[in-house]
Design a protein around this ligand. Structure first.
Ligand SMILES: C[S@@+](CC[C@H](N)C(=O)[O-])C[C@H]1O[C@@H](n2cnc3c(N)ncnc32)[C@H](O)[C@@H]1O
Length: 331
């Protein structure tokens, strides 16, 4: 579950104070909010009159959140219903881009919208499309073969019972279309209603969501597009929520950081790998008081880097996560 959700059903942009303290030294220009959602980050950045926001979101339902922004901030705000892997499609006129921010995952209003079928508490057709998708979870569960279903649950959900769950799905779907509640029941039966800390269906639902929304290639392409877009001195900041996302973000910043082998006994890094200055190697985590106020924020991690060079080669980045992309392409 995403960290912008709290028990009182109130929207709390996660790590907002920390994000603002990182980007505020660069104030006086345009920031790209790649995951607009309910606009929590954008609104805070626009409070400073010298800032502009270009916002993106793949979900066209967030358009209803943008009208108050257009009204209040006028020309200082622009919104595009695009995925962040499509950042390179935007024509940036005379903007001086200072920073690009990502708050990954889904929002409170998305999980509350039962039509999207993101939650295992929903009833009805499986869906999980966040917006601008090629296929739904229903198509995956109805058509994907047992071997590939097993792989998806294992790789994207780290689900111990992947094989058994996949086999049961293939047997059950011969009789009837599998809806959200049926999938939950299949998983409960396979796991024999074990009582664990997390809901029995969490891992399988996470795996399906990653596949349907192609979250891995989105993130990799979004990060590379961001790098190509910002000038030297600009900042890229990413809040991630699950371990696969954080592995990708961590590699992106650390592997291409200037400090990677700072020892004088090691050979100098090639220019194409010295692309970021990192002010901290460790991620920034929510404070105890934020976690108390908004418990799901406990899994959030904020990482960021300042671009130091234009000539970066990301082929090693793509290669490193090729196995994950291959699983995304199974469908
Ligand atoms: C956690 S919410 C963002 C919340 C936002 N920071 C706020 O304060 O309201 C994530 C948003 O990112 C959007 N999103 C997820 N993946 C995306 C992608 N690949 N491209 C564009 N938007 C995406 C989702 O539709 C969702 O609205």
């Amino acid at each position: 579950m995403n960290a912008t959700i709290n028990l009182e059903n109130k929207h709390f942009p996660v790590l907002l104070k920390e994000l603002i303290s990182i980007i505020s030294p660069l104030y006086g220009g345009t920031f790209i909010d790649c995951t607009f959602g309910q606009g929590g980050y954008s609104e805070k950045i626009l409070e400073s009159k010298e800032n502009n926001i270009i916002a993106l979101d793949r979900d066209k339902d967030v358009l209803s959140n943008t009208s108050k922004f257009y009204k209040k901030y006028n020309k200082r705000f622009e919104f595009y219903n695009l995925k962040f892997s499509q950042l390179d499609q935007i024509k940036f006129k005379k903007h001086k881009i200072k920073g690009i921010i990502f708050d990954l995952g889904f929002s409170l209003s998305q999980i509350k919208n039962s039509q999207k079928g993101l939650s295992f508490s929903d009833k009805g057709n499986l869906n999980m499309k966040m917006g601008i998708n090629d296929f739904s979870a229903n198509e995956v569960i109805s058509n994907m073969d047992e071997k590939n279903l097993t792989k998806v649950f294992k790789v994207f959900g780290d689900e111990k019972y992947s094989k058994k769950i996949a086999r049961e799905i293939v047997i059950k779907r011969k009789d009837k279309a599998i809806k959200t509640e049926d999938l939950v029941e299949i998983i409960d039966n396979v796991k024999k209603y074990q009582k664990t800390k997390i809901h029995n269906s969490t891992k399988v639902f996470q795996a399906l969501r990653i596949l349907v929304n192609k979250e891995i290639s989105e993130l990799i392409n979004g990060l590379i597009n961001s790098f190509n877009l910002i000038p030297v001195g600009g900042i890229i900041a990413v809040v991630s929520f699950h371990s696969i996302e954080d592995r990708i973000v961590k590699f992106f910043f650390k592997n291409y950081s200037e400090q990677k082998n700072s020892s004088r006994y090691l050979p100098e890094l090639e220019v194409s790998k010295r692309c970021f200055k990192l002010l901290s190697k460790k991620p920034i985590l929510p404070s105890l008081s934020e976690i108390r106020q908004n418990p799901p924020s406990r899994s959030a991690k904020l990482r960021y880097g300042i671009k130091t060079n234009d000539k970066c080669n990301f082929s090693e980045f793509r290669e490193k996560f090729k196995n994950l992309i291959n699983v995304e392409d199974l469908r």
